[in-house]
Design a binder for this molecule. Structure first.
Ligand code: SAM
Length: 247
């Protein structure tokens, strides 16, 4: 993509409205926007929520937004790196943003790692290829560690695609809007241990679970798995969770 800080700004009004409507259902008490940039999405979000916090790293863009909304008590601008910001500190929030693509995965991980009850839902504009991986089904080319690490914590919906011509400057690839809704009940009791297991399972995608897990988990237990000869991409999240229990 090549832009410093992933600065591809969305200007098409109908797309901005659609994202805001998906991110902020009427009466949303608190919305956090990641990377507001020049504020196209910000202006659509503000009328829909009681409190809008916008986290922007670029000092010039942050100063312009602060000046524009100076008399708006519902608006709060935080000039900071989102990855160094505690997004849970304002309480339960809907989180949204046209994400800077160079840190999409760390932001998604940060948001999904918020304490239970802190995230109501997240609506993000991401590269279309990333949206495909987030929402992938077992057995598909896109299904991998990112899919499992995401779907273990939330339900993923692909909402719609956005063409490069909706941005200035246009990125080289299509984008897509996804909604992430945390599971009400955790699917996995020990998430860090499961993520470590999932990462080992997908270490070399074309290799069998036996090959990927040997050396990391007990050899006899791995050999005893009926699925040892399968590849991780062939197993659903619930099968991987059950497998993790057995090793
Ligand atoms: N929301 C705007 C829009 O839709 O036009 C801008 C989206 S642009 C793809 C990404 C924005 O994230 C930019 O404004 C960029 O400065 C900001 N950004 C990049 N890295 C960031 C970081 N680490 N923390 C906070 N904001 C960041």
């Amino acid at each position: 993509m090549g832009r410093p800080l992933g600065q591809h700004f969305l200007f098409q009004a109908s797309i901005l409205e659609r994202i805001a409507a998906a991110a902020c259902p009427p009466g949303t008490p608190l919305c956090i926007e990641i990377g507001p940039g020049p504020g196209g999405l910000t202006r659509c979000l503000l009328p829909r929520c009681n409190h809008l916090v916008a986290v922007e790293i670029d000092p010039a863009l942050a100063a312009a937004l602060r000046a524009e909304f100076t008399s708006e008590p519902r608006f709060e601008l935080v000039q900071a790196d989102v990855l160094a910001t505690n997004l849970g500190r304002w309480g339960p929030a809907a989180i949204c943003g046209n994400l800077p693509y160079y840190i999409t995965s760390p932001i998604i991980d940060q948001v999904l790692s918020l304490p239970p009850g802190t995230l109501t839902q997240a609506v993000f504009l991401v590269q279309r290829e990333v949206a495909g991986r987030l929402a992938a089904q077992p057995g598909s080319r896109d299904y991998g560690y990112l899919t499992v690490a995401t779907q273990a914590r939330c339900r993923v919906e692909r909402l719609f695609t956005v063409k490069p011509s909706s941005f200035r400057p246009p990125p080289k690839v299509d984008s897509a809007v996804v909604r992430l809704t945390p599971h009400l009940q955790p699917l996995v009791p020990d998430l860090p241990a499961f993520l470590k297991f999932a990462s080992a399972c997908f270490r070399q995608k074309r290799k069998t679970l036996r090959n990927n897990l040997m050396g990391v988990y007990d050899k006899a237990r791995v050999e005893a798995l009926p699925e040892a000869g399968l590849r991780a991409e062939q197993l659903s999240i619930s099968q991987l969770i059950a497998l993790h229990r057995s090793v």
